[in-house]
Every structure is written in C-alpha cells, then in structure tokens.
Design a protein around this ligand. Sequence first.
Ligand code: SAM
Length: 342
Amino acid sequence: VSQSASKLPSKILELMDGFRASKALFVASKLKIFDHLKDKGPIKAVDIANGVGTSVCGTERLLDACASLGLLEKTPQGYSNNDSANTYLTSDGKYSLHGYIIHSNDHLWPLFTNLEYAVKEGSRQNHRAFGKKADDLFKDYYHSQEVKQRFMAAMHSIAHLTARDVATAFDLSQFKSACDLGGCTGALAYELVQVYPNLKVTVFDLPEVIANTSFFQPSEQHTAPVTFVSGDFFKDDLPEADLYILSRVLHDWPDEKIHVLLSKISALCKPGCAILLAEMVLDDEKKNRSTALLQSLNMLVQTEGKERSGSEYQALLEQHGFTNVKIRITGNLLDVILCVKT
Ligand code: SAM
C-alpha cells in the first residue's frame, strides 16, 4: 500500500536530505558564487560557471538547488543574491558567515563523518578525520597557519552574530575592566567597548592566536582600544579585571579543567568581581533546542567538552565562590550567565 502525501514522514525525509542541502550551501560558498553575484543583476548559469571556473551542467544544478533552498533568487534572466545572501553569504560583510561555513565544510564535516566512532568511543575524532590528534584540540587547530586562520575566521564570523546580544544581556556598566579569556579575534571585545565606552577590555588568548589578530581588527577605528595579551589560561598568570568573560570557552573542556580555570579566576577576584559566561545553555532536562544539542555533538567529535544546562553551570560556578547566578536566554545562538564573587 502506498503512503498518501499527507502521511509522509516529512521530518525524517527532510533530515535525510539535510546533509545534501548543507553541502550545496558549503560548495556554493567555497566557489564564492555569492561573492560573484554581489551587487550585480541576474546572471545566467553559463556566465557564472565561466566566472568561477566550473562546469556549466554542474553549476546549473547547484544554482537551482540553492535557489530552491531560498539561498538565491532565480528569474528567467538568471540568478541573483537575495538580501540574506548579500548579508550572510558573501565573504566580506560584517555579518558574513562565510568563515564559519568554510570551517563547517573543511573541518566539521570530516569530524561528523566519524560521529559513529565518537559515540561508540565517547571521544574526539581528530585522528580519524585528519590523521593525527594532539593532546589538546587547539594544538590541532594551530599547527598550521592555514587551519588556524580558518578557525579564527570561523570564530570571528559567528561571534559577530552574537556579540551585541551577549554584551547587552546584562547591564555591565558598573565594571571598569574586563578580561575576555579565550577572546580570540576580539570580536566580542570590540562590541563591549562600543556598548560600554568606559570599559577597558583585555583579550587573553594563546600566543598563536594573538599573533594573528591584526587580520581581524575593525576598520573603523573610532572605538576605544582593546588590549591583547597572550598566554595559556591553564598555566600562566591572568590579567587582573573586575569582570572575567568566558565566551564559548567552558564548552570546550571537561569539568576537571574547568575547575582549574575557575579556581584561578576566583583567586584573583575580589568580592564584587564577576564572571560572564556566554554559551548555549541547555534546559535542565536537555530536551530543548536542537541547535544546542547538535552543538553538544559537535563538541563530542572534536573536544573533551560538552554543552551544559543552567544548573550545571551554576554548580560549577558556586563551587568557586560565585553566587547570585543569573541566566538570560537571549534567543540568539549564545545565552548569557552572570555571577558575582561573594
Ligand atoms: N571566545 C571566542 C568566541 O566566543 O567566539 C572564541 C571561542 S573558541 C571556541 C575558544 C578560544 O579559547 C579560542 O580562541 C582558543 O584559542 C582559546 N583557548 C583555548 N585554550 C586556551 C588556553 N589554554 N589559554 C588561552 N586561550 C585558550
């Protein structure tokens, strides 16, 4: 008996196609098709193929798939970017996701290919995906300039999407100095000094990252300056600050390493100093938001960490004397937790 269309398992069918759709987006981004179409009228498939150096028959199918997914407009005159493609898919806009898309294609895709092993073994899969595994995932990222640049571009692009909501989830105007631990390219730091012009922000990250941050400085230099300091937050002295920020840092690590870091921060904090966490905060039953639960799988395939619930973060923080834990679910990709040393 054949199924009637109304009874089709549409959710499952959509997920079976999910990887094909993701790959179509990734390949169109890699080929810079959205850059090619930027600020131009409709262009025919043959001209796009000639422009980006690909086959006409393959390009036409890729373009049609992208148009059907809402990534491009298709008219009888040809293909053009829609507003969303211009903002998020071209490689040079402030809110471009190009860096994260390339990271997804080149790095996360091979890791997710090994998800089955990650689930069976409960550990990250760098060795299977890339032939080697360092003892710390960031050593895997920073062993080559190319992989490091790609990772930093990915963090930079996704941080731009969340920085304003992270900076404004709580009123931080009582703090005079902040240190963004693992602050990478400074994307959040530059947003913070715009929102709080009197706040002095220091970005602390590994030397390999700090050496590479000049690529990512904002072009408009009317914002207050941000200071960059290099070091290892597990081993080296941390800069002094009233507010310590950990954005997408704790999810990289198991509880034991988080305790090392939080106890170092706690030892530096006077009463009234605070920690601001930015993470995808899970609900206590870990039922909600597939984005966050899929991100936890993303942590499984490449880190020793995971996404945690609000109560789990609260318990970690309270063990180090941080109380008055407040959680804001922002509706953006990152939620925000503020707590104070008492
Ligand atoms: N905070 C940024 C954001 O939200 O976009 C970047 C998050 S990224 C997932 C984690 C950051 O922690 C990277 O920039 C990485 O270099 C940094 N990091 C990892 N281990 C570190 C260490 N031992 N000391 C200092 N920074 C470290």
